[in-house]
Design a protein around this ligand. Structure first.
Ligand SMILES: Cc1cc2nc3c(=O)[nH]c(=O)nc-3n(C[C@H](O)[C@H](O)[C@H](O)COP(=O)(O)OP(=O)(O)OC[C@H]3O[C@@H](n4cnc5c(N)ncnc54)[C@H](O)[C@@H]3O)c2cc1C
Length: 432
């Protein structure tokens, strides 16, 4: 039986950052990954916000495997025939220290795991953690599917993603509630670098991130479109319970998105390279498990730390940050020789002081708002009709004025003033 100081399960962004911090402090850490290489099993929409790496790998941008630097962010509200777009571009994000970047997960995760290895972590690929080892109530290692089987350690870090069976086996999660999850599906379409530059109005390594509302029909959710160097990622995020009830296939909904008059000119002719799907823990703090127990911490998606709140879809940065904080807390606990939940309490303290729990708390009502029927089915029509009428020239009639148009369109969409005020307050408080 092998013994190390810490076992980290899952070489996604959370696991690699946790392992790097522990290894740097001189402790022996095993980083287990079930895939043949880090990232080989992982998918996401496509934009990472790596500023969290500033402390761990200064000037990370000189070596990280980035496709494009996001310099243009758009939020689109669509109806079947209309599109209203808030479009922001800044060249400030196209130079160090940058903001967001599109990246392929197999490249990004492999790079980050390679950095953890360079820091001294032992990366074991094609190795699945199959269960927890216990001594009394304390977790003391994992069983694996390797011939040499068990791996003992005073602390296990569950970085095994959204379905974390380790956190479930440890009894840290409440029973699964399907309404807390969305299903993300995406197509990667090859278009060629010049075509992307021309269609999206960018050049060099500039990239575009488009978040889309109102395009998923009867299934509440949203869409996205991101530019890589010579491909685009286009996809939808769908409320799981609605998807099952509506009996619509995700690929039909992506096809619907791709055929929209505002999207088709951007993606047509694209050659399908990859189709992938993955669950997203959507409900934020309300679905987070207990984060620590004797001998174990839970990190990233395994702890439902992905922030999926409408205009924000961030999980990689939350995973990297929670991984780093778990690593720091473990180093502290190893030094003090106390791997109980009390000894590991530095993890939650750090999360509370950082954006990880502060953003989640601030935005706690936003995921529910964004996926609500009003935002999904009534507001897009109300917004698009209001803007369309604002710009319509109905001569010989005079301009009706924004207040009148808005009131008429609000009524036509069946939106009550009280509900609108409440939703605006929830949204603004989240932004606040
Ligand atoms: C459609 C979609 C779009 C998204 N878009 C974005 C986006 O644009 N930007 C963003 O920041 N986030 C996005 N996210 C969220 C983001 O992908 C996750 O929040 C992030 O990957 C979480 O990182 P993690 O390290 O916690 O888990 P993961 O990345 O899921 O990594 C878990 C790792 O553990 C391994 N593993 C699992 N079980 C075991 C086991 N038993 N033994 C060994 N290894 C195991 C897996 O193979 C995997 O490598 C998106 C997600 C989806 C589904």
């Amino acid at each position: 039986m092998n013994t190390v100081d810490a076992v980290v399960v899952g070489a996604g962004p959370g696991g690699s950052c946790a392992a790097a911090v522990i290894a740097r402090a001189g402790y022996r850490v095993a980083l287990l990954e079930r895939g043949p290489s880090p990232g080989s099993k992982n998918m996401y929409g496509g934009v990472v916000y790596p500023r969290m790496l500033d402390a761990l790998y200064p000037r990370w941008w000189e070596e990280a495997p980035v496709q494009r630097w996001v310099t243009r962010r758009s939020t689109m509200v669509l109806t079947d025939t209309q599109a209203v777009t808030l479009d922001m571009r800044t060249s400030n994000w196209g130079r160090p220290p940058y903001n967001g970047a599109t990246a392929y997960r197999p490249d990004f995760d492999a790079w980050l795991a390679g950095k953890a290895e360079a820091d001294g972590a032992e990366l074991l690929c094609a190795t699945t953690a199959t269960g927890l080892l216990r001594h009394g109530s304390r977790i003391v290692g994992v069983t694996t599917d390797r011939p040499d089987g068990e791996l003992l350690a005073p602390v296990v870090v569950a970085c095994d993603g959204v379905n974390s069976f380790l956190a479930k086996e440890a009894g840290l999660h409440s029973p699964v509630d399907a309404s807390n999850y969305t299903l993300g599906v995406k197509e990667t379409l090859r278009l060629g670098r010049d075509v992307i530059d021309e269609r999206f109005g960018v050049r060099d390594r500039e990239g575009v991130d488009i978040e889309i509302l109102g395009v998923t029909g009867g299934v509440n959710g949203g869409g996205f479109l991101y530019t890589n160097l010579d491909t685009v990622s286009v996809g939808v995020v769908l409320k799981l319970t609605h998807l099952a009830a509506q009996q619509q296939r995700p690929e039909e909904l992506i096809a619907h998105l791709k055929s929209h008059p505002a999207i088709a000119p951007l993606v047509e002719g694209g050659e399908l390279e990859e189709y992938s799907a993955h669950l997203i823990p959507e409900a934020g703090v309300s679905m987070m498990p207990q984060l620590a127990t004797d001998g174990m911490l839970v990190v990233g998606d395994a702890a439902a730390m992905c922030l999926a709140a409408g205009i924000w879809l961030e999980g990689v940065n939350f995973a990297m940050a929670s991984g780093m904080y778990a690593g720091e807390a473990i180093v502290e606990a190893l030094t003090a020789g106390d791997m109980s939940a009390v000894g590991l309490a530095g993890y939650e303290r750090r999360l509370e002081r950082s954006f990880v729990l502060q953003d989640h708390r601030k935005l706690r009502n936003v995921p529910g708002l964004v996926l609500s029927d009003r935002v999904q089915h009534q507001y897009p029509q109300m917004i698009a009709n209001t803007v369309e009428r604002m710009f319509r020239v109905d001569n010989p009639l005079p301009k009706p004025g924004l207040r009148r148009i808005f009131t008429e369109e609000r009524r036509r969409a069946g939106v009550k003033v009280r509900d609108l005020a409440r939703d605006a307050w929830t949204g603004l408080r989240g932004l606040g």
